[in-house]
Design a protein around this ligand. Structure first.
Ligand code: PSU
Ligand code: MN
Length: 306
């Protein structure tokens, strides 16, 4: 049964068996996080950057009920083109996606699950899901945070979008025992901007330091993930007075329209994008490039230490 529903591409399989550096990537960011065709173009560029840094990319998604670790170009194009028509697959959707032979794009949580299964330790994305603003009413807390608490995969991101309650997101990660590392900073980056006003647990300045910390968790069989927060490069930041009103408006609109559940994050992301014109999308793409480069460097350090 398992071999019918999970496939690791030959390239990824070989890289793993030779102990080479591999970086996992999610597909929700492609299908639901960005518009076509920029989403697919970004995914191809990500592929190149990871290789240029000496690692092998492994994008994860599901086609016709088969989870694939290492989607090829055509499969990425397929998921990117169908966008919101394909399922947004987090942990709870995995079993039904397989049994009903559906297509889907994996979120951070489902991507971590399959990365671990394949033996991949590092995963890069844009931003993670978290505790939503107003969660005390809605209880909308992303499954990403629970997955970080129970799956030993490192996630490299640009912090979390301010569509979330960043303070509560950090509290929840603390509850789940997830270390939060700032790369070159002691402040949690807020996706579009480098600063949030919230402190992370540790600052680390080199990929080696980060790889060493994660190796200890693995050694101790802690079964927890690690969140590495890499601030967007200064030249691509979106100013606070552009992004914050757009976020507030998007949160209001979501409430008015009664958007909830898995629709909530894609709705907020696309509304913020519309309200800021191209500016937020351009920044989004640049920070993803920045994250995959760092993740590849960390994966190379991990492979060297083996
Ligand atoms: N945050 C972003 N961009 C994204 C996502 C989150 O800035 O594309 C996606 C990721 O796939 C993440 C998912 O795992 O949304 C979280 O969705 P939810 O909040 O429904 O758990
Ligand atoms: Mn949610």
């Amino acid at each position: 049964m398992l071999k019918d529903c999970v496939r690791i591409s030959d390239e990824v399989k070989q890289a793993l068996s030779e102990g080479r550096a591999v970086v996992a990537l999610e597909s929700t960011i492609i299908a639901h996080g960005m518009p076509y065709p920029q989403n697919v173009e970004t995914a191809y560029e990500v592929d190149k950057i990871i290789r240029a840094h000496g690692a092998v990319p492994a994008t994860i998604g599901v086609i016709n009920g088969e989870f694939i670790v290492g989607l090829n170009k055509e499969e990425i194009e397929y998921l990117g083109k169908h966008g919101a028509e394909v399922r947004k697959v987090s942990r709870r959707d995995i079993s039904t996606c397989i049994s009903k032979k559906l297509d889907g794009a994996t979120t951070v949580s489902a991507t971590m699950f399959f990365a671990e299964m394949a033996g991949i330790s590092v995963f890069a994305t844009g931003g993670i899901g978290g505790v939503h603003r107003g969660a005390e009413e809605t209880m909308d807390i992303s499954n990403d945070l629970d997955e970080l608490g129970r799956t030993p995969v490192m996630v490299v991101c640009a912090g979390a979008k301010a569509i979330l309650d960043l303070g509560k997101t950090l509290e929840y990660l603390e509850t789940k025992g997830v270390p939060v590392i700032g790369y070159g900073t002691k402040e949690l980056p807020a996706f579009f901007s480098r600063r949030s006003g919230f402190e992370v647990d540790y600052r680390m300045d080199t990929p080696r330091e980060i790889a060493d910390a994660f190796a200890v968790q693995k050694e101790l069989k802690m079964r927890t993930g690690m969140l590495v927060c890499n601030p967007i490069p200064e030249e691509y930041e979106v100013p606070h007075d552009v992004i914050e009103p757009a976020i507030q408006k998007a949160v209001e609109l979501a409430e008015e329209k009664g958007i909830h559940g898995k629709e909530s994050t894609p709705f907020l992301l696309s509304t913020v994008k519309e309200l800021t014109g191209g500016e937020s999308l351009a920044a989004n793409i640049k920070l993803v490039y920045n994250n995959v480069a760092l993740a590849a460097d960390i994966a190379v350090e991990m492979a060297a230490a083996k």
